[in-house]
Design a protein around this ligand. Structure first.
Ligand SMILES: Cc1cc2nc3c(=O)[nH]c(=O)nc-3n(C[C@H](O)[C@H](O)[C@H](O)COP(=O)(O)OP(=O)(O)OC[C@H]3O[C@@H](n4cnc5c(N)ncnc54)[C@H](O)[C@@H]3O)c2cc1C
Length: 337
């Protein structure tokens, strides 16, 4: 086992924050998991599992062990006329897996093309984009208990998926290492253009909607125009979750802010957090080396050389101003470490 000491995490987080970890290890094979969990470095220190580091903000040096997930492999578990069940190792790159399924014409995750990060982190916050969430296709999750090293299978129901939530982000946070997912995908076309922007793209460009590659290509193009490329500008995507309110709160808000956008979702109303942040004047603002992305106010960015503390201070200021103006509490989507 090659546990490294005092390692820079700059290349392991898409914010590009320069912090150090006391220990770091690359997990290459499933059989190594037990040895890692049994090591003194793991037992006597806090730990953090990292995939692509695209949903974390390191505020300070990490005084513990970082386990970087490198588990690879995709296999077809079974298939019938309609569906295919894929077992995918958690260290696989999410977007590569989407491209693989698009090539094979396995429907279900094409709307989630270009989301950065690994397969194993995807269920942690139930990733979602363009009208689809990973919970829609998950069958099982294989995971190892960090205390006992025991492997168990979580069914979809046990994962308690919600909007950018799961049991692994709450009561089981850091208690399990996810080693693989089983996704159930459709061999029969299942087009989902419920997301307005995506549907408009197809209408405007007069493209065949029943072609899976057209859908993933459209998603890729739309995303590129809205979100910063982590290789060019550091970020963790949307820093905050959207806000959901009850009808009476929405009514009061609309009395004061008639232009407030909202979307009915079941018996609650979604308010786009990006709009709230933008109307507090943050969009495109630069504060030291940190800032708010000029094309999307939900995204906090590192303009180069920002520290985790600088990003966190900016985040706190944004939260304060939205609270003061609208009386609404923003909730970070990103894991602050
Ligand atoms: C430009 C950009 C765009 C984005 N767009 C979207 C989007 O459209 N939709 C969306 O939902 N998200 C989006 N994100 C957020 C991010 O891509 C996802 O949350 C992704 O799933 C994170 O994967 P990761 O491997 O980088 O996770 P990491 O950042 O490495 O880890 C995230 C969390 O999961 C834990 N974790 C990671 N792997 C494991 C494991 N194997 N077992 C247990 N715990 C683990 C970590 O400890 C951490 O708490 C975006 C991010 C960026 C930078």
């Amino acid at each position: 086992m090659d546990i490294k000491n005092n390692v820079s995490l700059k290349q392991f987080n898409t914010f590009g924050i320069y912090v150090k970890a006391k220990f770091l290890i690359f997990l290459e094979k499933e059989v190594e998991i037990k040895d890692v969990f049994d090591s003194n470095e793991f037992k006597n220190n806090p730990h953090v599992f990292l995939g692509g580091g695209s949903n974390v903000l390191f505020v300070n040096d990490f005084d513990g062990i970082v386990i970087v997930n490198k588990l690879k492999g995709i296999e077809i578990l079974r298939e019938d006329e309609e569906n295919v069940w894929l077992k995918i190792a958690s260290g696989e790159d999410w977007h590569d897996v989407v491209l693989f399924t698009v090539e094979k014409k396995y429907w279900g995750i094409e709307n989630m093309a270009l989301i950065p990060g690994t397969v194993g982190a995807a269920p942690i916050q139930n990733i979602g984009a363009y009208g689809v969430e990973i919970k829609d296709v998950i069958e099982d999750i294989f995971a190892f208990n960090v205390e006992t090293s025991e492997k168990r299978i979580f069914s979809k129901d046990e994962c308690k998926f919600g909007y950018r939530e799961s049991v692994f982000k709450n009561e089981l946070k850091d208690k399990y290492f996810i080693s693989a997912l089983v996704l159930k995908l459709s061999k029969i076309p299942k087009v989902n253009l419920s997301y307005k922007v995506l549907n408009e793209y197809f209408e405007k460009n007069n493209i065949d909607k029943n072609n899976i590659k057209n859908i993933s290509d459209a998603v890729i193009e739309i995303r590129k125009s809205k979100l910063p490329d982590p290789k060019v500008i550091g970020s963790a995507g949307s820093f905050f979750k959207n806000i959901f309110v009850e009808k009476d709160i929405l009514k009061k808000l609309l009395e004061k802010f008639p232009e407030l956008p909202y979307f009915e979702e079941g018996d609650v109303y979604k308010i786009p957090t990006g709009w709230l942040i933008e109307s507090c004047g943050w969009k495109g603002k630069i504060v030291g080396n940190a800032g708010v992305y000029e094309h999307q106010a939900l995204v906090v960015v590192n303009h180069g050389g920002a520290t985790g503390v600088e990003i966190k201070n900016l985040v706190d200021k944004i939260i304060d101003s939205v609270e003061q103006k609208f009386g609404l509490a923003l909730v970070p989507e990103v894991n602050i470490i």
